[in-house]
Design a protein. Structure first.
Ligand SMILES: [Zn+2]
Ligand SMILES: [Zn+2]
Length: 269
């Protein structure tokens, strides 16, 4: 799969860097100051190679949560880039983290004018953080909380936590906020979405598009918060027809979230 580049402003680009079998890591490049911040670089050398090509000085790395396929490159990264600041969650411990941030904090990337703010989105892990950029076009790095058309497994939290994380915390971001997630699961997620919302035209269109992207070796990120609200069943738990489809008759988004996750866990496309 190829590296793709998405501009967030005249000076800031996001480079999408596929790693491991289906993970996405990211390099946020501030061209004005020739600095870069990494997101979940579990194979650090691959990201440092991109930084070298861009002649960017890597000062910072952002860790969304403690799982090895996200935080597992941090120790090696610190050896390769000794002065690097490795940011992680104040609510859980992860390999190599040097700065632990709470939710709702703004943090300036060293050597850059770029600022990222944190949002705690507990459930997949209880300390999971998402990072939001302060660029002209905002971007949120969602790790394993929000995927394109899906969400992470509830390893540490309950359906009520994911309901809050997706449909209060992340849903309150502007609709045009880019979503950069932790895995390429989009086609399977949309096949599941089509199984629970067979009449949702946005699901059918996105599925057609995603299949084409994947067969061309092009990542399906970024999505946007506004688009997710149209085709991601986990961000549509208040839709009555969807609730009825998964056997929840009264308006109870938390029960819909729980039923959706159970069905998705058992889903084989
Ligand atoms: Zn994870
Ligand atoms: Zn993961």
């Amino acid at each position: 799969m190829s590296v793709s580049t998405i501009p967030l402003s005249s000076s800031v680009d996001v480079h999408v860097i596929p790693i491991l079998s289906d993970n996405f890591s990211y390099l946020i490049h501030d061209k004005d100051t020739s600095t870069a911040a990494l997101v979940d670089p579990a194979e650090p050398q691959k990201l440092l190679d991109v930084a070298t090509k861009l002649q960017a000085n890597v000062t910072t790395s952002l860790t969304t949560h403690h799982h090895w396929d996200h935080a597992g490159g941090n120790i090696q990264l610190a050896k390769l880039v000794p002065q690097i600041e490795i940011i992680g969650s104040a609510y859980e411990s992860a390999d190599g983290v040097t700065t632990r941030l709470e939710s709702g904090v703004s943090h300036q990337i060293k050597g850059s004018s770029l600022v990222v703010s944190t949002l705690r989105t507990p459930c997949h892990t209880m300390g999971h953080l998402c990072f939001v950029t302060d660029t002209t076009r905002k971007a949120v790095f969602t790790g394993d909380t929000l995927f394109v058309a899906g969400c992470g497994k509830f390893f540490e939290g309950a359906a009520s936590d994911m309901q809050q994380s997706l449909n209060s915390t992340l849903a309150s971001l502007e609709d045009d906020t880019f979503v950069f997630c932790g895995h390429e699961y989009t086609v399977t997620n949309l096949l599941f979405a089509a199984s629970v919302e067979p009449n949702n035209q946005f699901v059918q269109e996105k599925l057609k598009w995603a299949k084409k992207q994947v067969s061309n070796g092009v990542p399906t990120v970024p999505s946007t918060i506004g688009d997710e609200k149209q085709f991601n069943p986990f961000m549509r738990t208040a839709v009555r027809e969807l609730g009825e489809e998964v056997g929840v008759s009264d308006d109870n988004p938390v029960e819909v979230m729980k039923a959706l996750r159970e069905r998705k866990n058992a889903f084989r496309p």
